[in-house]
Design a protein around this ligand. Structure first.
Ligand SMILES: Nc1ncnc2c1ncn2[C@@H]1O[C@H](COP(=O)(O)OP(=O)(O)OP(=O)(O)O)[C@@H](O)[C@H]1O
Length: 259
């Protein structure tokens, strides 16, 4: 399998706190890998080092075989890495289709603020992306009017505008209703598999993780403590012990036990 992302020995400390210690992981084409762990485990720090927001103290991050540790988020985006954010990043006063056009313009290196006619710029491509994520009917609506779930779909369309081979999704279902979360991830998984995109995502909702991740990486206090498929992780005694006391996750593990 082609490795799109390969992380080796990643580390980051804040003062005396070792937020991430010696983390190694890989994501292959068409694979969905979840990075999970209890609060404070180091997920965000790890994720933000990979997407360029935080500079690692140590370690190597290879994307498509190229070292990217220390590159800016913009440089990483230009390499063909898409990303979605915990808090959606869209322009509320523009229409839905215009938001995708702006993302397309940004990928093609066009300064969209100087585009005399944004309305014509790659409009068909933008509409195709909206179709792909199931919101083409909302194309002309101001983005600020969208329901939260549709906004997340728009964000996915924008993340796909640079034709990424690798997609980094930071809590893609945060703030969504439980039913909508599974649907959102099913959509992302389907697109990823059909296009051979590798996805690395963080997620608190264990139903979403167990349903969609091909592989789970479990962090605790900055270290990777387990790696495997949903079945292996559910039954891993160390994972169960670190999640004891975490209300949400433990309830899922307990349900699994009762089933
Ligand atoms: N900017 C920072 N300054 C100081 N300490 C930090 C900083 N960012 C993270 N930490 C510490 O690093 C550790 C890992 O934090 P991180 O946010 O990566 O965990 P997390 O798994 O994403 O947690 P959560 O699920 O609660 O978001 C924690 O102890 C946190 O307090």
């Amino acid at each position: 399998m082609t490795r799109l992302l390969e992380v080796r020995g990643l580390a980051k400390s804040y003062g005396g706190v070792e937020a991430v210690k010696d983390v190694s992981l890989a994501v292959a084409a068409g694979e969905m890998v979840a990075l999970i762990g209890p609060n404070g485990a180091g997920k965000s720090t790890c994720f933000n080092m990979i997407n360029g927001q935080i500079r690692p103290d140590r370690g190597s991050i290879l994307m498509f075989g190229r070292e990217t540790a220390g590159l800016s988020p913009a440089a990483i985006w230009r390499l063909g890495v898409g990303r979605t954010f915990q808090i959606t990043a869209t322009f509320g006063s523009m229409t839905v289709v215009e938001n995708v056009q702006v993302a397309l313009a940004s990928h093609s290196g066009t300064a969209w603020r100087r585009l005399a006619r944004l309305d014509r710029f790659k409009r068909d491509e933008a509409r195709d992306l909206l179709e792909l994520v199931g919101i083409s009917g909302l194309a002309e609506r101001p983005c600020g009017e969208l329901a939260y779930g549709d906004l997340k779909r728009l964000e996915l369309a924008m993340a796909l505008s640079n034709e990424p081979k690798l997609l980094l999704m930071d809590e893609p279902t945060a703030g969504m209703a439980p039913g909508a979360r599974i649907a959102m991830m099913a959509l992302a998984a389907d697109i990823a598999r059909r296009r051979g995109i590798g996805i690395l995502f963080t997620e608190h909702d264990m139903d979403v993780v167990f349903e969609h991740a091909d592989r789970l990486m479990v962090l605790d206090r900055g270290r990777l403590i387990a790696e495997g498929d949903a079945e292996a992780i559910r039954n891993d005694p160390l994972v169960r012990s670190v999640y004891l006391g975490d209300g949400t996750v433990f309830s899922v593990l307990a349900q699994t036990e009762r089933a």
